[in-house]
Write a protein that binds this ligand. Structure first.
Ligand code: KG4
Ligand code: ZN
Length: 346
């Protein structure tokens, strides 16, 4: 059995996890996620400097807890995998430099992980304490929807990816957060807004479906956000029901565009499987509508477990495993000189 210690600090979650691998099976020994949501909520969003300082406080206790829970000593870890980018520079630096230090100190290989590829593989992960065969069928289309990214990726093999579309402006999660902020719903807006949406009428307001008629696979959500803002200005004082209806109508517009483009990307590229990953893949309405559309088009849909939709180190350990151990890539021994890459792309 090989053991990978995953480390993730790209935004506001300090996370460490231990992933086991043997004969095509992966085992999640443990996942520790320390969320800073409460710390940032009073500011209405993530404050990068505050996040970095909190990661510094959290990182060693989180790693130690993960090792204790997994009942494994750092000496028995096979390799360390950590997020090198994309993300907030100060936040990334804490996890990446800690990973470098541990790898150097204990003479372990270090795997650099692209956070987006962590999300991309997250649908393969079994629950903590359980194991799974890793058997993705290629090619497939991955919709990565998070607070910082909205991308459609054609995945041809475990190390061949082609970004076929992305957002021109706001990410889907960012749009959820901003619309929630306009309605003073609190932070992070996505989960709160989606709860309100489940109580509302999605046909109460007709919002635009940006770029839905375009032949490409790109997205744009900032105009939709502005349309909601203008509607709210006209309504003056919002009743609870109006907030629910606005939430449901906004969510329906986002979900429709995401689902339509993903299904079209799958059909045009003649793939048989689609996946939806990242923070916004926790959205129940998106899950339901995507499930129905995939079924209607005879496509297989794979979704991550809810515990792996948000940022976590288990997906980072898995991406490191896929990229380096199985993909036979090698990070140069000079990794101590390597810095974070806040703008890393797929
Ligand atoms: O992947 P993630 O944890 O962090 C990034 O890499 O960005 O995604 C966080 C984003 C936030 O914008 C959050 O509001 C959104 O995912 N999100 C949701 C839901 N849960 C989280 N958006 C809509 N509905 C949800 N249920
Ligand atoms: Zn993320």
């Amino acid at each position: 059995m090989i053991y990978i210690l995953g480390i993730e600090t790209s935004c506001d979650e300090t996370s460490a996890a231990v992933l086991g691998y043997e004969k095509n099976r992966i085992f999640v020994l443990t996942q520790v996620v320390n969320s800073q949501i409460n710390l940032h909520s009073k500011f209405g969003g993530v404050v990068p400097e505050v996040a970095a300082r909190q990661h510094i406080k959290n990182i060693l206790p989180v790693i130690n807890l993960a090792l204790r829970q997994a009942k494994i000593k750092i000496e028995d870890i096979t390799a360390v995998a950590a997020t090198r980018g994309p993300g907030l520079a100060g936040a990334l630096m804490v996890g990446w430099e800690t990973a470098k230090t541990l790898a150097w100190l204990h003479k372990k290989p270090l795997y650099e992980v692209n956070h987006l590829l962590g999300h991309l593989w997250s649908f393969l992960l079994p629950p903590v304490g359980e194991s799974n065969l890793i058997n993705p069928s290629f090619p497939f289309i991955s919709l990565i929807v998070s607070g910082g990214h909205t991308e459609l990726v054609l995945v041809k093999s475990s190390n061949s990816y082609q970004v076929i579309g992305k957002t021109y402006d706001d990410a889907a999660g960012e749009a959820f957060d901003k619309v929630a902020k306009i309605m003073n719903l609190g932070y992070p807006g996505g989960p709160i807004l989606s709860k309100r949406a489940s109580l509302g009428n999605s046909k109460a307001f007709l919002f635009p479906r940006p770029m839905s008629k375009d032949k490409n696979f790109n997205f744009s959500f900032s105009g939709l956000k502005t349309a909601v803002l203008y509607k709210i200005r006209k309504l003056a004082e919002l009743s609870d029901q109006q907030i629910n209806d606005l939430s449901a109508s906004f969510q329906a517009a986002v979900v429709e565009v995401l689902v339509d483009k993903t299904i079209r990307a799958a059909l045009i590229n003649q793939v048989q499987m689609v996946t939806v990953v990242g923070g916004v893949s926790a959205n129940q309405n998106l899950r339901q509508v995507m499930t129905a559309a995939a079924k209607e088009n005879s496509l297989l849909l794979r979704l991550p477990l809810m515990s792996y939709t948000g940022d976590n180190a288990t997906m980072i350990a898995l991406a490191g495993l896929m990229d380096y151990y199985l993909g036979k890539k090698n990070l140069a021994k000079k990794f101590l000189q390597f810095a974070i890459k806040p703008n890393l792309n797929i």
